[in-house]
Design a protein around this ligand. Structure first.
Ligand code: GLC
Length: 608
């Protein structure tokens, strides 16, 4: 490591630091005055310029690499001057407790601070509906349900609550919100969309204000990420990571506006989509990333790739130096290279040395990344803020989540059976009735989510039991008879995430759920169907036999919010954020396309 002489005098932390720096081969001339980049009173742009001037090429390349936590040691974080690590979906410490997350974060942070220039790292995590990888955290409704609330203010509150639970564990960077515009419900990520028209995701970028705070760096402020840039919800057939074969006018009118809104709110980062636009992989699209996002929209934060996203540029497994060059020159500032980060660093160093990536691009990427680190206050407050630990899964956040669940419910049919009465004798059935994992959906504790008591919460059945005195339950409806005033069938989808949720054929309920509903109907009592799903399902044929239908979406841990609407404690006010098809052959089906749906975008009944 060549000896670097720091341009100005002793760092703010004095002689001791000089000895430490010297031990790392960084000799410090004994001059008076603080080191600018360590001076919290200096302007951020001056701090960035000063730090950049002290950084070697390896320092700068380390800031652009983002390994996954399982594939790098703390010693390597220090040695390679790594600027960020992530937890991929479900990647949690053992035991999976908030305190253990905070210890893990602090361990990585101290490793980063042990490098000569003491540049703190950022730790990225998908907290897409609460701090959802942490057992015990509050799990909020997924975005499609929040879109049904039509309340940017509520969504902002959820962002702030999520930020508090993240800050408690140290996590300072959220790969959220997804501002995609889901145009085809066969897409496995439909539930990550706030809605099928640009104005809904655009309005719900209010969550960015909640996550980041009025200004970055306040108490419980985390960096937000608008994703996935751009057109991920517009691919042919709703194929995840597919090709959006649409004219530029449609890309700009439908898919770009939520990013414009996010940039106007000061979103700190933007994540590039795996998908393609007219055959070109977004991860190599310089026109859209640099000219449109950074130029036309004026985005001054930094752009991060998706997980191994650069691997897909040439359509072949793994990544080459050419793909590294294409991605960085396209305008990607930080590359999420979970396992192959050493090879990425070598390729990028070679690319700078042979001129295929200009130093100006490296400096621009570092300027963007470092600016956010200074604005986040990481140089001054690098460790987890454990004062917020009590908020993780606390009563206040769970009450907020319950309110959000109730406001996300969309009443699609009611032949007078709703609202239920606390004195009613009720039979509850269905595979989604008593399962926190199912009602939370994907991105919950694990990447794909899974059925079962995966984290503390209230099931929809428990919510119903809290509202009525006489409630019986059997998942398959066995034991039902005509002595009951009503039967509630809570059915729908099992958890999934990303391409694992793509549908290509039937979009109806599974045979088990249909059989359960038929068993309830045969008893001759009114049947209320509560649908727990990440998207509209094909229910037109069965609907006439149901007395009521409530779209519950993926409510998360606070299932009592569904009961609040079933019993009228909260009026149903949700409105469809997506058009509800008459049958799967209508997909894609969206507002204004001339097709006749079962229920139109914006539909929803009340009780009056
Ligand atoms: C995933 C998703 C992206 C997520 C990232 C990190 O593949 O596409 O939404 O933020 O990887 O987990």
């Amino acid at each position: 490591m060549p000896t670097k002489v720091m341009r100005s005098g002793l760092p703010a932390f004095g002689v001791m630091a000089a000895l430490v720096l010297a031990a790392h081969g960084v000799s410090v001339r004994a001059e008076p005055g603080p080191v600018a980049y360590l001076d919290p009173g200096a302007a951020v742009e001056d701090r960035v310029a000063d730090l950049l001037g002290r950084m070697s090429l390896d320092d700068k390349i380390g800031q652009m690499a983002q390994p996954e936590r399982r594939y790098i040691t703390l010693e390597e974080v220090t040695r390679y001057r790594i600027g960020s690590v992530l937890s991929g979906g479900g990647s949690a410490p053992t035991p999976n407790t908030p305190e253990q997350w905070a210890d893990m974060y602090d361990g990585f942070q101290r490793a980063a601070l042990a490098a000569p220039l003491r540049v703190p790292l950022m730790y990225g995590v998908d907290a897409v509906h609460g701090h959802n990888t942490v057992v015990g955290a509050t799990i909020f409704p997924h975005n499609i349900g929040l879109g049904a609330t039509r309340s940017p203010a509520l969504v902002r509150e959820i962002g702030a609550a999520t930020a508090r639970e993240m800050a408690a564990t140290g996590m300072d960077w959220n790969f959220a919100p997804c501002v995609c515009v889901a145009r085809d419900d066969r897409w496995g990520r439909t539930y990550e969309s706030f809605g099928e028209v640009p104005e809904l995701p655009s309005a719900m970028t209010s969550i960015i204000d909640g996550l980041q705070g009025e200004d970055l760096g306040g108490s419980a402020s985390v960096l937000a990420t608008a994703k996935h840039f751009v057109g991920d919800g517009g691919t042919e057939g709703g194929a995840d990571r597919g090709d959006a074969r649409i004219p530029e006018r449609e890309l700009r009118e439908v898919h770009l506006p939520p990013f414009r809104a996010a940039v106007e709110r000061g979103v700190g980062s933007v994540m590039v989509s795996y998908s393609s636009w007219n055959g070109l992989k977004m991860h190599g699209n310089r026109y859209l990333i640099t000219d449109v996002l950074k130029g036309e929209l004026g985005f001054t934060g930094f752009v991060v790739s998706d997980y191994d996203g650069i691997n897909e540029i040439d359509g072949r497994p793994g990544f080459t130096k050419e793909e590294v060059v294409a991605a960085v020159n396209a305008g990607i500032d930080m590359v999420m290279v979970p396992t192959e980060w050493r090879r990425f660093i070598d390729h990028l160093r070679d690319a700078v040395k042979d001129g295929s990536v200009p130093m100006s691009r490296i400096d621009d990427a570092n300027r963007r990344i470092l600016t956010k680190k200074f604005e986040l206050g990481l140089f001054e407050r690098p460790l987890a803020d454990r004062r917020h630990l009590g908020t993780v899964g606390g009563d206040a956040h769970r009450e907020l989540a319950r309110r959000a669940v109730a406001r996300s419910q969309v009443l699609l049919k009611n032949d007078g059976v709703l609202p239920l009465d606390a004195d009613d004798k009720i039979f509850v059935a269905g595979g989604a009735a008593h399962d926190v994992g199912v009602q939370s959906g994907g991105w919950t504790i694990t990447w794909q989510g899974r059925p079962g008591p995966i984290t503390p919460g209230t099931t929809i059945l428990e919510g119903i039991r809290g509202a009525a005195g006489s409630v019986d339950y059997d998942a398959e409806g066995k034991g039902i008879d005509d002595s009951y005033d009503a039967a509630v069938a809570v059915v729908g989808e099992k958890p999934y995430a990303e391409h694992h949720g793509d549908l290509t054929g039937d979009m109806g309920l599974d045979a088990g759920d249909l059989k359960t509903i038929e068993r309830l109907r045969a008893a001759g009592v009114p049947v209320i169907v509560v649908l727990v799903s990440g998207r509209p399902l094909d229910v037109a044929a069965e609907l006439p036999g149901w007395d009521a239908l409530l779209a519950a979406w993926l409510p998360g841990t606070e299932g009592a919010g569904v009961a609040d609407v079933l019993f009228g404690d909260v009026e149903p006010t949700g409105r469809l954020p997506v058009t509800w098809m008459r049958d799967a052959d209508q997909q894609p089906i969206n507002r204004g396309d001339g097709k006749t749906p079962l229920f139109p975008f914006g539909y929803g009944l009340g009780y009056d």
